[in-house]
Ligand binder design. Structure first.
Ligand code: F6P
Length: 610
């Protein structure tokens, strides 16, 4: 536009000079003079408005190629080469990420460091699986599409499973098969119910499976979450087993099996990683039709002792279904032991305690601990180091509050998480230590969960009441002990709380692993926060520098809060440093490498699972 304007301006000037020249030049030289004038104008324009910006843009790209960080391009260049600049800018970002990753790789290789990175995992999986793609199955999907007015937005559901598995698929590619549960999920898939994700930078395929409301109620809410969930978590909530729910659980497992079989059709020796208690029957269903498939099931929740498990009316069916897998993984050795004893108690099989395998009708299953983790690699480009510009005051200001010390808790609103016990401990702490009244606020970021189940609704109501009661005991005009924020918080919302909290409380009554504890440690690159951690979490076996508590012991947790707030700075830093070192070494890439390395080594038994 500007060039056209300049060109017209030049023509007008030239025309005026030319009309002047008519009086003093004969016709032929006049024509030559006019042509020369237009030629000069075009050349000047071409040089200043086209060649010069292209040259400067080329310089800019060159700087990027040489690994420098050039200034933003001036607006003239951006106007002329807009779409090109946009694409190059995107490329710059990808190159920058790749460069940092490569540098980190090189650094780790040189220091003979054992850290697992996405690149190392990718290479490992490529070698081990011989280039075959990976298939992951879970109930919860990593990206959910939801309607917001007339728009469609995507969100990441609050789920430890998603936190752990997503980085692996991002690194290795493959297909993730999961229930499509968002109200705009159907509008965002192709005709084969697939889409590429992450939405902003696609790296793998999400295959959605559709369930009817009845199926979802019977299989997900009913059998999985009113039955198996309380059965496996010893949190004193009674499991409910209904015949109708069991029927749905079987038929939904069959439905998923059909989808898995479709997806792996035509692939030789495929690798299928099944996630969690929603799919106990799936390993056998897949193996019966594809004995060449390498199948693992990872159980993200605890496994109880045989007496507790024995109350499930379909105990045998669940065990037989799981034993279709080549590998069954739990977070801890203790859960593996419980599983082996349960099999021993209820099934006819040959158990080898030396190698931790079960041989049932010729199908050999290896039972092993694989403690899951997060994508922490410890370099500054990891998400833990995302810039947080807010301050402690900024976090509380929107709620009209201020406090000297902050505690944080991040949970799904679930009765296994010990949220009530945590609040009672805060009440006790403030009573025992009145000098902290008006100065310590605990922020609970709670995501509503499974609210169609009566126990969950009752639990949520009880929490609301207790928060109100405790706050009314102590609160002042601009301070209260508990700030209870009930909504689905994104990682970006949570991070500033992790970064500024003096103490993080994870007080689960029973938890397979608990990744909140690990996320808090990952966020504290300043080595300042203190973690209070329940002894009944898998994470407490690894994070020994947390203050470990029995969440049922309210007095002990109250004292732990005080100990955390008064811990000398050097001790905090020492503890945090050690926990970060543990996490860095045992990150989720290592988890995936261990599991997939094991799966790749499986000798497929000749037995045909019936
Ligand atoms: O902790 C067990 C678990 O299944 C996780 O694997 C998952 O992150 C969480 O529960 C979420 O549950 P839901 O998918 O029912 O919201």
């Amino acid at each position: 536009m500007l060039i056209a304007f300049k060109f017209v301006f030049f023509l007008i000037c030239a025309a005026s000079v030319m009309s002047l020249s008519e009086s003093w030049l004969p016709p032929f030289p006049r024509a030559v003079f006019r042509a020369a004038l237009v030629g000069v104008a075009v050349l000047v324009l071409f040089y200043t408005d086209i060649m010069a910006p292209i040259r400067r843009t080329a310089e800019w790209v060159k700087k990027i190629r040489l690994g420098e960080t050039p200034e933003n391009l001036p607006s003239k260049e951006r106007r002329l080469l807009g779409p090109l600049v946009k694409e190059v800018s995107k490329m710059v970002r990808s190159l920058e990420t790749a460069r940092l990753a490569a540098e980190e790789e090189a650094r780790l290789r040189q220091s003979k460091d054992s850290v697992w990175t996405p690149e190392r995992l990718k290479e490992f999986v490529r070698t081990k699986l011989g280039g075959r793609p990976l298939f992951v199955v879970s109930n919860r999907e990593p990206y959910m599409h939801v309607k917001k007015g007339r728009d469609i937005e995507w969100m990441v559901p609050p789920s430890g499973l998603v936190t752990a598995i997503e980085p692996i698929l991002e690194a290795c590619g493959g297909t993730w098969i999961a229930q499509g549960a968002g109200d705009a999920d159907r509008e965002t898939v192709d005709e084969k119910d697939r889409l590429r994700v992450p939405p902003e930078d696609p790296k793998y395929t999400l295959r959605r499976v559709w369930l009817t409301p009845e199926e979802e109620e019977g299989y997900y809410y009913g059998f999985s979450n009113e039955g198996i969930w309380p059965l496996c978590h010893i949190a004193h909530t009674r499991p409910v087993f209904r015949e109708k729910n069991w029927t749905y659980y079987q038929s939904v497992n069959e439905k998923f099996a059909e989808v898995v079989l479709q997806e792996i059709d035509g692939m030789e020796d495929p690798c299928v990683l099944i996630q969690d208690y929603h799919f106990a029957l799936l390993p056998r269903l897949v193996k019966a039709r594809r004995p060449d498939a390498r199948v693992a099931i990872f159980w993200h929740i605890p496994w109880p002792n045989p007496e507790s498990f024995g109350i499930c009316p379909w105990q045998k069916e669940l065990l037989i279904g799981m034993l279709g897998a080549d590998i069954i993984g739990f977070h801890t050795q203790y859960h593996c032991n419980n599983f082996m004893e349960t099999v021993d108690r209820f099934l006819e099989s040959r158990i080898d305690y030396e190698h931790f395998t079960v041989n049932r009708e010729g199908q050999i299953t290896s039972v092993k601990p694989f403690p899951i983790s997060i994508s922490f690699i410890g370099n500054e480009s990891s998400s833990s180091a995302e810039k947080v510009t807010s301050s402690k005051e900024d976090l509380l200001k929107p709620y009209g509050l201020s406090a000297e010390w902050i505690g944080v808790g991040v949970d799904r609103l679930d009765y296994t998480k010990g949220i009530l016990e945590r609040f009672f401990a805060i009440e006790r702490f403030l009573k025992k230590n009145p000098n902290y009244q008006g100065k310590f606020t605990f922020v609970e970021l709670a995501a509503p969960s499974r609210s169609l189940i009566p126990q969950y609704r009752q639990f949520a109501d009880q929490i609301d009441k207790e928060v109100e009661r405790i706050n009314s005991l102590f609160q002042t005009k601009n301070w209260k002990p508990i700030l209870f924020l009930k909504k689905n918080h994104s990682h970006k919302d949570i991070l500033p709380f992790y970064k500024h909290a003096d103490v993080c409380l994870v007080t689960s009554l029973h938890d397979g692993m608990n990744l909140v504890a690990k996320e808090f440690v990952m966020a504290r690159d300043d080595e300042k926060g203190v973690l209070i951690l329940s002894q009944f979490t898998g994470a407490s076996r690894e994070l020994k520098d947390a203050i470990v508590v029995n969440p049922y012991d309210i007095g002990q947790t109250a004292d732990a809060i005080r100990e955390a707030l008064e811990m000398p700075l050097e001790e905090r830093a020492e503890r945090m440093k050690r926990m970060r070192a543990v996490l860095r070494e045992r990150n989720v890439y290592r988890w995936a490498a261990d599991l997939m390395g094991e799966l790749a080594q499986v000798r497929l038994s000749s037995a045909v699972v019936s």
